[in-house]
Write a protein that binds this ligand. Sequence first.
Ligand SMILES: NC(=O)c1ccc[n+]([C@@H]2O[C@H](COP(=O)([O-])OP(=O)(O)OC[C@H]3O[C@@H](n4cnc5c(N)ncnc54)[C@H](OP(=O)(O)O)[C@@H]3O)[C@@H](O)[C@H]2O)c1
Length: 247
Amino acid sequence: MKTTGNTILVTGGGSGIGRALAQRWHALGNRVIVAGRRRAALEETIGARDNMAALELDMDDPAAIRAFAGRLLAEHPDLNVLVNNAGIMRDEDVTTARDLGDADATITTNLLGPIRLIDALVDHLRGRPDAAIVNTTSGLAFVPLKRAPTYSATKAALHSYTVALRRQLAGQVEVIELVPPAVQTELTPGQSTREGYLPLEAFADEVIALFGIVPTPPEICVKAVQFLRAAEAEGRFDQALAALDTL
Ligand SMILES: NC(=O)c1ccc[n+]([C@@H]2O[C@H](COP(=O)([O-])OP(=O)(O)OC[C@H]3O[C@@H](n4cnc5c(N)ncnc54)[C@H](OP(=O)(O)O)[C@@H]3O)[C@@H](O)[C@H]2O)c1
C-alpha cells in the first residue's frame, strides 16, 4: 500500500484506533474519509483539517451499507483504500441460557459488516490503481479471550476471510490484516485507562511505521501482539490462553 496520495475510507474513524490512524494517514498526505454512526465524533476526528471528510454509516444495516457506498463513490471517486476498522466487543456469560442479542450484534458488526462493505466496494477497488483493503482483526483471533467468546470468534473468522480474500484478489487489490493487541481505547468501558494495555498513540505510531515497510507486510503486527499471534506456532497456545484470563 502506498503511504501517501491515497484516498482512504476508515470505518469507525470517530474514535480510538480508527481516529488515531485516520489522523496519521491524513498527516502523511492522504485524503481520508471517516465513517461511523456518531457524526459529532467524526467531526471531532476531522477538526480543522482540510482533505478529510465524514460520512455517517451504520455497519449493521445492509441497505445502509449499499446506500453509503453509492454516496461515498459519488463524492470520492478516487477512493482506493478501504479500512474496515469499526467493531464492538461485549463480555458474555455462556454458561447458562441467555438473550443472544450481544452475540448477534457482534457477528453483524464485526463480521457481516466488513463482508458487506467489501462486497459493495470491491468492483470499484478492482478498477483502481494501488487499491488496498485493510481488515482490523485482533490478537484474540489467534488466542480467544474467555470472557468474549463471540468477539474472539468474529475476529478469527475475519482473519480467515482476509486470508482467502487476499488469495482471490492477488494482483488486483492488496489485502492487509491489522492485528491489534490490547490497546487503550473505549472499545469496552474503562479500557482507555487500563494498565497493561498499549497506549493508543504509541500503538498508532508503531502501526504507521509498519505500513511504511516496502512491500507492505500482509499482516501488520506490532511487537506487543506477537505473544498471541505466534502462540500456536511457537507451542505456547495453552500458556497464552491462561495468561488472557487475567485481562
Ligand atoms: N482496543 C483494543 O484493545 C483492540 C484490540 C484488538 C482489536 N481491536 C479492534 O480495533 C477496532 C477499533 O476499535 P477501538 O479499540 O478503536 O474501539 P472504539 O474506539 O470503540 O472504536 C470502534 C468504532 O467502531 C464504530 N462502530 C461500532 N459499531 C458500528 C456500526 N454499527 N456502524 C458503524 N460504525 C460502528 C464506532 O463508531 P460509532 O459508535 O460512532 O458508530 C467506533 O468509532 C475494532 O474492530 C476492534 O475490534 C481493538
